[in-house]
Design a binder for this molecule. Structure first.
Ligand code: F0G
Length: 461
């Protein structure tokens, strides 16, 4: 960790607040009842019963006055909207890719690309696929392969770039399977593995391997700005580069990207596919017209495209990025001081609690992560999500295959909460530490066929 990362104690939010939203407060008794009614699944709780919402950093950004201002200037024409051309220019400028296809969010971009490229024998390597990416690959009957470095699977090991892909494994995988790989991916930052960055050297290494085997390289780049700033802080060769130049370098290594614009494009909705080469573009656009809308709006209102165009610039402001990474670090350090282990080092958009180690008395099949998620809600109305065996565990017959890690993710919405909120939260969490041995596990009483964490229901064991 370099000095810049260690130095900051008081977090300076690099903005003034000109619009506010009251925090909803509830009593502990109310929260217990609400939780039970929701089958112990926090996705099923109304937001107005949540005091601090850390469910996701996706689409939860507080937009700036410039973004709201730009929205008023939107051109809502069905075809050829001026707002689209502004958006297209901004994405081209940032990525260097020639073809820009807006979509309503990241998973729509995934579905469009994968519908065209993924076949029943396809294998798609990445560091870690995010859950919707994996689900969309599997839905197109392909196989999603995770090749993150060993350190990336161990929550307590320190590594500056735990999102790196294992280049040796990738080389071997491509050597053996290249005819079945329609494209390779890297997720920046690596959300599933803890919001961990990928080094530029590693991105370049992956790019060379993919080129050698003639495999197109597609970035899942929704947190590209946070990843770029980590590179500036942690990769010596780039310490004098701007976050913007690093982002451009990253995109230059790949053939295209899928982006959920609900993260680092600072939007409340949106996404895009950007590609260097036009060979898949007609097919994608035809499919887009079938299910999303005309190619110059892709299922979005033009005002959303306006907000994203401004957001893609604002996110690369280094005062913002420095504050953004400081927030996660502050929260992680606060939790560690209370004796709660977190993935080390903290990632860019979220703090990941290692629930397997914190609640070691609860076995994976009783979901220690989900049990902690419920406790955080009961204690102070915090909503967050499990990334563990609820999300990735598989039951085959009598045997339960748990997830490699049992994490609880407190995803931090961009520009929404202040340092005093985090201090207040940490005070409350210390009560959970005091009663942790009394916390009980859960069992699933209902689960859907896909993405079960969104709608599964539980009971206490
Ligand atoms: N890729 C990554 C790495 C993501 O984190 C997400 C979404 C997506 C793709 C899909 O984008 O939601 O716009 O369809 N992650 C959110 C989260 C949901 O909470 O981490 P989307």
């Amino acid at each position: 960790m370099n000095d810049l990362e260690k130095k900051q104690r008081t977090i300076i939010e690099p903005f003034k607040i000109k619009m506010i939203e009251p925090l909803p407060f509830t009593s502990k008794e109310e929260r217990k009842q609400i939780l039970e009614n929701a089958g112990f699944n926090l996705f099923l709780i109304p937001a107005n019963k949540v005091t601090f919402d850390f469910l996701t950093d996706s689409g939860t950004t507080a937009m700036s006055a410039s973004q709201w201002g730009a929205m008023l200037t939107a051109d809502e024409s069905y075809a050829g909207s001026t707002s689209f051309y502004k958006f297209e220019k901004k994405v081209k400028e940032l990525t260097g890719y020639s073809y820009v296809i807006p979509t309503h969010q990241g998973r729509a971009a995934e579905r469009l690309l994968f519908s065209i490229l993924v076949k029943s024998d396809s294998k798609i390597p990445s560091n870690n696929h995010f859950d919707t990416t994996r689900a969309n690959i599997e839905h197109a009957s392909g196989e999603a392969i995770d090749l993150v470095i060993a350190e990336g699977k161990n929550p307590s090991v320190f590594h500056p770039f735990k999102g790196n892909i294992d280049l040796e494994k990738l080389e071997n995988f491509c050597k053996e399977n290249h005819q079945f790989i329609p494209f390779g991916m890297l997720t920046i930052t690596n959300n599933t593995g803890g919001g961990q960055p990928v080094a530029l050297e590693n991105i370049r290494g992956a790019s060379k391997i993919f080129k050698r085997y003639d495999v197109p390289f597609i970035l899942d780049a929704c947190r590209f700005a946070e990843n770029s700033y980590f590179i500036k802080l942690r990769e010596k060769a780039y310490e004098n580069y701007s976050a913007r130049d690093i982002a451009k370098e990253i995109f230059s290594c790949a053939d295209g990207c899928l982006v959920s614009a609900k993260k680092d494009a600072l939007g409340n909705i949106g996404g895009f596919i950007a590609l260097r080469d036009g060979k898949w573009v007609d097919q994608i656009r035809n499919l887009l017209i079938l299910t999303e809308g005309f190619p110059t709006y892709g299922g979005l209102a033009a005002r959303d495209l306006e907000a994203l165009t401004v957001g893609l610039d604002e996110v690369l402001d280094e005062n913002y990025l420095s504050y953004r990474l400081a927030v996660c670090r502050y929260m992680a350090e606060g939790l560690n001081k209370l004796g709660i282990p977190t993935v080390q080092p903290p990632g860019g958009h979220a703090v990941y609690i290692d629930a397997k180690s914190f609640l070691s008395h609860i076995p994976p099949e009783n979901f220690p992560g989900q049990a902690l998620v419920c406790e955080l809600y009961i204690e102070e109305g915090i909503r967050c999500c499990e990334i563990g065996s609820v999300m990735f565990g598989k039951q085959s017959g009598a045997k339960f295959h748990p997830s490699a890690m049992e994490l609880v993710r407190l995803a931090i919405p961009r520009r929404v909460y202040t340092q005093s909120h985090f201090d207040y939260i940490l005070e409350g969490i210390s009560n959970i530490v005091a009663r942790k041995n009394k916390i009980r596990g859960l069992k699933i009483i209902y689960e859907p066929p896909y993405l079960k964490h969104f709608t599964a229901k539980f009971s206490v064991v």
